[in-house]
Design a protein around this ligand. Structure first.
Ligand code: CMX
Length: 443
């Protein structure tokens, strides 16, 4: 058993009595109520999921294992010669809640090296797809292709399935997925956008650095990859990708089925695809409104209103939970401001101008509950600066990061034996009756 798995095993054992006690002794204690608009409006704000891996406060933003983004970056051991932690250190932290020692990080890195080689049949399956398939389709297919070797599925089918130890095979699949997904993503990028010029894994490098190496990037991009994957990892459990993964796994579908579902949800323009939409919007803005002239706040304002008046959303703005600027946006903005070259980049300047103008426009428009930017408003600019100009790849990058959160969560889901998810639906006529009666009569 790996060192990390041993530690996790103890953590899960220690945690189980808390969950059991809550259900047995306090199972009927009420923590929320449900209104008709929540029922029709996407179950917004209904407290009905449990995770200890991250928590999203509407004002403050995300905390990973109780730590804000700056606290997380400060606490974790750093990559060699870098201000940023390795993804390996972060994975240990997400799974266990403990800040790892350098030795523990090295153990995770060594464990991932044994897992990261992707079988050739995965690449064959991706190659067999039409080359103009969206990169997210390629990623989703790659995960499903790996399913045949799922250790969880094998354990379930072995006749020895045991609820108490089932998490161990989820851990195995989850670790394989997080170790392999950057390699698959690099393959997709090279296949689609670099004329199939593939680069072999460098086993000396940490995950972020190896991803940069495999897509032929320069030295500085190593930190971009580390920062990007950590920032995009987890956003509590109710967002579409995390929730889809949790939901599908709750049927004891293995992690490959589950994360393929998560990836399919992430591919929606209201969720992860917004990072590609932001770049698309910005490029269209430059083409339509700035022919031969510098962008101005007036032009940006006009373009934002034109978008809203056409009934479209401003990509990268708004959030279902957040009610202020996303700290993941601020963290990436800070990276841009601290990177010579990037801080004076015309696209960064334009995105900053949108940041100055859009909240006011959205407030005046009066629909969105949160006029502030989310993570996706800033992420594409950095990729673009480093030469990743193919923006339909951006959501794949999100998917590599999100794998960390989704896989950590379902490992714990199984460890704590969470039930198959099955909310109750009602009919419109029932809602109308309860509306007329002033509420459903609860016995
Ligand atoms: N531009 C224009 N209108 C917006 C808007 C935006 N950026 N954000 C919300 N609205 C509108 C909604 O469409 C909704 O309109 P209707 O009442 O006509 O349906 C209204 O404002 C109220 O929505 P809300 O309660 O503020 O927001 P939701 O929780 O329903 O939706 C989100 C959240 C993110 C889907 C929405 O803000 C949005 O579409 N933003 C743009 C897409 C985007 O950036 N998505 C990425 C989110 C982060 C991520 O998951 O990656």
């Amino acid at each position: 058993m790996s060192k990390l798995k041993e530690i996790l095993s103890k953590k899960i054992e220690d945690h189980r009595p808390r969950t059991t006690r809550l259900v047995k002794e306090f199972g009927k204690v009420k923590i929320d109520e449900v209104t008709i608009d929540q029922c029709i409006g996407g179950a917004r704000d209904i407290r009905s999921l449990v995770t200890d891996i991250s928590y999203l406060d509407p004002q403050e933003g995300i905390r990973f294992r109780g730590k804000t983004i700056p606290e997380t970056f400060a606490a974790l051991p750093k990559a060699n010669g870098s201000k940023y932690p390795t993804v390996e250190a972060f994975w240990f932290f997400l799974l266990t809640g403990d800040v790892p020692t350098q030795k523990q990080v090295d153990d995770v890195a060594a464990e991932w090296k044994t897992r990261q080689v992707v079988p050739t049949y995965v690449f064959d399956a991706i190659r067999a797809l039409p080359r103009d398939s969206h990169p997210m389709v390629m990623l989703s297919v790659a995960l499903l292709t790996l399913q045949k070797d799922s250790k969880f599925a094998a354990f379930y089918g072995s006749g020895k399935f045991n609820k108490m130890t089932a998490w161990e095979s989820v851990y195995e699949d989850a670790s394989d997925i997080v170790a392999r997904i950057p390699v698959i993503a690099a393959f997709i990028y090279n296949l689609k956008f670099r004329g199939d010029k593939q680069i072999a894994i460098d086993p000396k490098l940490d995950m972020g650095a190896n991803f940069a190496h495999m897509i032929g990037q320069k030295e500085e991009y190593k930190d971009v990859a580390r920062m990007y994957f950590i920032l995009h990892s987890d956003h509590e459990s109710g967002n579409v990708s995390a929730h889809a993964t949790h939901l599908v796994h709750s049927a004891l579908s293995d992690p490959y089925y589950a994360y393929s579902a998560g990836i399919n949800g992430l591919a929606g323009p209201l969720h992860g695809l917004a990072n590609q939409e932001v770049l698309d919007w910005t490029m269209q803005f430059q083409e339509k409104y700035c022919k031969g002239v510098e962008p101005t706040k007036e032009l940006v304002t006009k373009a934002l209103w034109d978008t809203l008046n056409a009934g479209q959303v401003i990509p990268g703005y708004g959030h279902a939970v957040l009610r202020k600027t996303d700290p993941r946006y601020m963290s990436q903005r800070e990276f841009c401001l601290n990177t010579p070259g990037l801080k004076d980049d015309p696209l960064f300047k334009l995105v900053s101008m949108i940041f100055e103008v859009a909240p006011g426009v959205l407030t005046e428009h009066g629909k969105t509950k949160n006029p502030w930017p989310n993570v996706d408003a800033q992420s594409g600019v950095i990729q673009w600066y480093y030469g990743l100009k193919e923006w339909d790849f951006y959501t794949v990058l999100f998917g590599v990061g999100r794998a960390l959160g989704c896989m950590a969560n379902i490992t714990w889901d199984r460890g704590l034996g969470y039930a198959i998810e099955r909310p109750k639906s009602v009919t419109t006529a029932m809602l109308e009756k309860w509306a007329a009666e002033g509420g459903r009569k609860l016995s």
